[in-house]
Design a protein around this ligand. Structure first.
Ligand SMILES: Cc1cc2nc3c(=O)[nH]c(=O)nc-3n(C[C@H](O)[C@H](O)[C@H](O)COP(=O)(O)OP(=O)(O)OC[C@H]3O[C@@H](n4cnc5c(N)ncnc54)[C@H](O)[C@@H]3O)c2cc1C
Length: 289
């Protein structure tokens, strides 16, 4: 399949890209790695009259280390995160998530910003962004604003970004000493998208009691969500196998689990619980528990 005809634009600054967005409005789409948008265009599920390619826009790629966060440019590829020394040292779960996305071709082209802007219900990054408490930095005609991951993923392939905004960066807080995080998924055998994926992060105090937990589920419903019941069940407890199992049992609570070609509601809810147990157990181990 060929996409419908479109006009191609390659601005070199955020300012110029925003000007184009303001002029072309809904008839334009931003292009990042193209690994979600181009297939949709080929299937004619998207038929933008204009593509605004962000690849030549300066300042949108790379990982900056702040005192308590990594700030990742929206155009940073999955591979750049998978191989980043900063990510491996400060938030190794980011390299872990990136490393199990699709295949090398997808990881070399696809971007973190494209993934969180696309908000595919089976994408891996949304679970990690929610569990870790990331913030999305957007730029629009009125300047910059920051949106918490909790407020970002609003529905099926829908985010809090406005049509006249560009997602420029993602700020991921670095968790304190005594923390660990893990991402586990049941991958679709062909695409590697998450049939169900769970990201878990915990902080343990010196007695091994969980003082903070972030857990999020992707793949099961129409959007990735925080598993708040699991987080509440973990917090304040010593995380032995029984406590982890009890908390993981709540992993599908509050998820609008959808039956699809990959499985029934019951099966996918079961996967939520299984992968929550695995991700939490690994996060606790990595936190030193
Ligand atoms: C074969 C295959 C396997 C895959 N497997 C997986 C997998 O296992 N796990 C997974 O999570 N993903 C998977 N993906 C998706 C892949 O990760 C994509 O790279 C990602 O979803 C979209 O990123 P992109 O940079 O390609 O964005 P694009 O396709 O270029 O854009 C996607 C959408 O986001 C918008 N957009 C892009 N950048 C911005 C921005 N800066 N600001 C605002 N809007 C923006 C675009 O307008 C478009 O609507 C797979 C894709 C393919 C083709």
């Amino acid at each position: 399949m060929y996409p419908a005809a479109f006009e191609y634009h390659a601005p070199t600054s955020v300012k110029d890209a925003l000007k184009l967005l303001a002029k072309l409005k809904d008839d334009a789409k931003l292009l990042a790695g193209g690994h979600s948008l181009v297939p949709m265009m080929k299937l004619r599920l998207a038929q933008p009259g204009h593509l605004i390619d962000l690849r030549k826009v300066k300042g949108l790629s790379g990982i900056k280390e702040e005192k308590a966060a990594l700030v990742i440019g929206a155009m940073t590829t999955h591979w750049a995160i998978e191989s980043s020394k900063a990510a491996k040292a400060k938030l190794p779960v980011l390299a872990e998530v990136a490393g199990i996305i699709g295949d090398p071709a997808v990881r070399n082209k696809g971007t973190l910003g494209g993934s969180v802007a696309h908000a595919d219900p089976a994408a891996d990054w949304p679970a990690a962004m929610l569990a870790l408490g990331a913030e999305m930095v957007c730029e629009g005609p009125k300047g910059k604003r920051t949106v918490k991951a909790d407020d970002w993923f609003v529905g099926l392939m829908t985010t809090a970004a406005k049509g006249n905004e560009i997602l420029t960066a993602i700020r991921v807080p670095v968790w304190p000493a005594g923390s660990g995080a893990a991402y586990m998924k049941f991958p679709h055998p062909a695409s590697r998208f998450a049939v169900v994926g769970v990201c878990a992060a915990v902080t343990l105090d010196k007695q091994g009691v969980c003082t903070r937990a972030g857990v999020a589920v992707t793949g099961a419903g129409t959007r990735a969500v925080r598993a708040r019941g699991v987080e509440a069940a973990l917090t304040g407890k010593k995380l032995d196998a029984a406590a982890i199992e009890a908390a993981a049992q709540k992993a599908a609570d509050g998820v609008d689990v959808q039956a699809d070609l990959q499985g029934s509601v019951e099966y996918k809810a079961h996967l939520c619980r299984v992968f929550a147990r695995r991700a939490i157990s690994e996060a606790v181990k990595r936190a030193g528990g």
